[in-house]
Design a protein around this ligand. Structure first.
Ligand code: ZN
Length: 308
């Protein structure tokens, strides 16, 4: 999600992909909010003799890649994968050709079929755990309504979900929840992150370079008299280049050449650039390649304030 946010900020105002990237960021924020609400409700209201373990946003190996499980519920007597839809409108699950669309404000909008997404998630879980896994589509927004329901999996409104899940208990089953949890925790580091740049056919050359002003978010800042200065809003910073380097790392990976660092930071003076890189990167060879020291928390703190 960070990558989409940085990409959106770095695309020039009239770039063809800018709107699309913004749409993706908004959708993934809405998705994450729906998953969070679902997991929190289950933590609070699920009434089971033995406590269930609840995970959000788990990626499990599937076919040649990974499948995402929005919310995963592990319990001694059942395993359940949830596909959470935080959408408004009327939903149509077409069971003849398995298309999915919604009608919102009179417009028909085709989208990825949640049933197919859930099916992938369930299959991935079954393979991963070697157990039978149940699946449910969850509507986490109260302004969503199902006009035509799916065939393979139930669709349940969030408010009713705890009761629906409580009915999954099968006393004949007895899973080692801690063991399964261990498997999930070990798999969590591997996640499949589609390359947004490739997806939108973007190269480094499409993006705006320079150290952006974090005060007004609009202007490139200039380095003068030992500070970054914004001529528009007057914002002054000693370390705004750190943020710009983290943006670079999220978009392109941690490796940067000194040559491109001149362009990315908009610095002309060799000594100024070297001093900045000396503090924020590690030299990996003598041909000017460097590794940016990761400080994702800079980006997270900033974007949390923007998108909250
Ligand atoms: Zn500014």
């Amino acid at each position: 999600m960070l990558k989409g946010m940085v990409l959106f900020d770095r695309l020039p105002a009239r770039h063809a992909a800018k709107e699309k990237v913004f749409g993706e960021v908004k959708r993934s924020l809405a998705g994450a909010a729906g998953e969070k609400r679902t997991a929190e409700l289950l933590e609070r209201e699920l009434d089971l003799a033995e406590k269930a373990k609840i995970f959000r946003g788990v990626w499990l190996p599937y076919m040649d890649g990974f499948a995402q499980v929005d919310v995963l519920v592990l319990h001694a007597n059942f395993i359940c994968a949830l596909e959470v839809k935080n959408m408004v409108g009327e939903f149509y699950f077409d069971s003849i050709n398995y298309q999915f669309y919604r009608i919102i404000e009179g417009r028909v909008e085709g989208m990825r079929n949640p049933e197919a997404q859930l099916h992938r998630a369930v299959k991935a879980c079954e393979k991963f755990f070697g157990r039978k896994v149940q699946g449910t589509i969850v509507l986490s927004s109260r302004s969503g309504r199902v006009a035509v329901p799916p065939k393979l999996y139930p669709v349940i409104a969030l408010d009713y979900l705890p009761f629906h899940i409580e009915k999954m208990v099968d006393p004949r089953l007895s899973f080692d929840v801690e063991g399964l949890e261990g498997l999930v925790r070990r798999s969590r580091g591997q996640f499949y992150d589609p390359d947004l740049l490739k997806k939108h056919e973007l190269t480094k050359g499409c993006l705006e370079v320079g150290v952006r002003c974090l005060g007004c978010r609009q202007q490139k800042m200039e380095w003068s008299r030992l500070r970054w200065r914004c001529s528009k809003c007057g914002f002054v910073s000693a370390d705004a280049h750190e943020f710009a380097l983290q943006e670079y790392a999220v978009l392109f990976g941690n490796e940067i050449t000194t040559e491109f660092a001149y362009t990315w930071l908009g610095i002309k003076d060799k000594y100024v650039l070297y001093r900045m890189l000396e503090n924020s990167t590690i030299k990996i060879n003598n041909r000017g390649r460097r590794l940016i020291i990761e400080k994702n928390e800079l980006l997270i703190a900033y974007f949390e304030s923007i998108y909250s």
